[in-house]
Design a protein around this ligand. Structure first.
Ligand code: ASP
Length: 441
């Protein structure tokens, strides 16, 4: 699966169109709000018969594929690991490192967004109005933490009683659990027995990605409609928080690299962060310009082997796994986006709710495809699970391109660090093996 989610055909790039859609929709909406007033009959009519339906069709196309996508990507991911015993020590260390750093990243992002609270500047009555306007047409499910309970039953409920019901109810955790068990069970079959099911799952995943691509073709119109709907009702109230949100995501990504990853590099791996980032520069630039961990794989392999002196068998094993499983930047982005939109819509999260957000950010970052916008359909699922109305996605989608470029860069910086970590822990690498800069270029 190398297709980008939302790759566009000829002409203007899709992400440029979506950004333009945001600007056009927001400008038209603000004009309508300030000149005519949000409740003017003409504005209400446009929202009811044009902007609203167009936006809803786009959102529904995305929601339509969330559950099959979650199931197939998680089951395939687990099945793809093969016999866990066979992957052995090196694979275990790599996966441990992926999960630990992704978890650290998601928690770090959550702290930052809770400190800066970019979505909180909105007056309380606007929040109430936002929720009242959108709550009924949200595909939202009110989850356990909002109805008050977060306890042992939260965990027991993860073990879904009925996966079809979980899919119908938008129960992401239940679906993820079913996918995990299904993938693990597949690894226990004889290969020739497992193959037909793996083929079906692969085909399912590909079909879903194509459908997401179709939905993304509608995105420019959907985003215009949704943003018009929001801004014509609420005027400027949401634009300032949106700018704050972009800054918070970018800031958290930079700080994660400057603090967390640098500390790991210096003290756990034993390489100077400056040398490390200098040597992997071209891979980082590739990641930034392609927004795809998968597309960056060749550049990352080169950086790891020739720039840092990691043995090819370690880099060649760890990086392909890492480019789909290890997404530090994506987990930061997902956590911040969910909390930001909860703040915007005035959804209070308890500590338990925050923990759910961290866990879901990690799992969906692991499950997301390493292609541009790979995490968006999964993010849609978490938002619905937390009770955020679908319009929330439109609010953030218009600015996603720059965030995608930046989070992919952080993802790749993390992937390459995993190769050095594993090589070092296997006694196959130390800092003295980093080639002279002249040989690495
Ligand atoms: N574009 C990201 C990557 O390839 C995935 C995502 O967060 O959308 O790493």
């Amino acid at each position: 699966m190398t297709e980008s989610i939302g790759s566009s055909g000829k002409g203007m790039k899709l992400h440029t169109k979506i950004l333009l859609a945001l600007v056009v929709g927001a400008t038209a909406g603000i004009l309508a709000n300030t000149q005519l007033g949000g409740a003017a009959p003409s504005v209400v009519w446009v929202n009811k018969y044009v902007a609203g339906p167009v936006g809803q069709v786009f959102l529904r196309m995305l929601f339509m594929v969330v559950m099959p996508l979650v199931f197939s990507s998680i089951a395939l991911g687990v099945a793809g690991l093969g016999d866990l015993k066979k992957i052995g020590r090196v694979g275990g260390k790599a996966i441990g490192y992926f999960l630990a750093t992704t978890f650290l990243a998601a928690s770090f992002g959550l702290i930052i967004v809770n400190v800066f609270k970019p979505g909180e500047g909105i007056p309380a009555e606007v929040k109430t109005q936002l929720m009242a306007t959108y709550a009924q047409d949200a595909s939202a499910k009110i989850t356990a933490q909002q109805t008050g309970g977060f306890g042992i039953e939260t965990f027991v409920n993860i073990v879904t009683r009925n996966p079809v019901k979980s899919a119908a109810d938008g129960d992401m955790l239940g679906m993820i659990f079913f996918g995990l068990v299904f993938g693990a069970a597949l690894t226990m079959l004889k290969p020739e027995r497992a193959k037909p099911m793996l083929d079906v799952l692969e085909a399912l995943q590909e079909v879903v990605i194509v459908i997401v691509g179709m939905a993304m073709k509608l995105a420019p119109y959907g985003v215009t409609g949704l943003i018009f709907g929001v801004t014509s009702r609420f005027g400027f109230a949401l634009l300032e928080p949106l700018a704050g949100y972009v800054l918070v995501v970018l800031g958290a990504l930079i700080l994660h690299v400057a603090i967390n990853l640098s500390l790991i590099l210096r003290f756990i791996i034993g390489i100077s962060p400056l040398v490390y980032f200098g040597r992997i520069r071209s891979a980082l630039i590739t990641a930034f310009s392609t927004s795809s961990s998968n597309a960056t794989l060749p550049a990352a392999l080169k950086a790891s082997e020739f720039g840092l002196g990691v043995p090819p068998n370690i880099a060649g094993f760890v990086l392909p796994l890492g480019s789909t499983m290890c997404m530090n930047g994506t987990s930061i982005f997902e956590g911040i986006t969910v909390i930001f939109l909860c703040q915007v819509f005035g959804i209070d999260l308890t500590l338990g709710g925050m923990i759910v957000v961290i866990v879901m950010s990690v799992i969906t970052a692991v499950g997301a495809a390493g292609v541009p916008g790979g995490s968006i359909p999964l993010l849609v699922g978490i938002l619905a699970m937390m009770g955020v109305p679908g319009e929330g996605i439109a609010i953030v989608l218009g600015v996603d391109r720059i965030l995608d470029m930046s989070r992919t860069t952080v993802n790749v910086a993390g992937d390459i660090s995993a190769t050095v970590f594993v090589a070092k822990s296997e006694g196959l690498w130390d800092a003295s093996m980093v080639p002279a800069a002249s040989r690495a270029e």
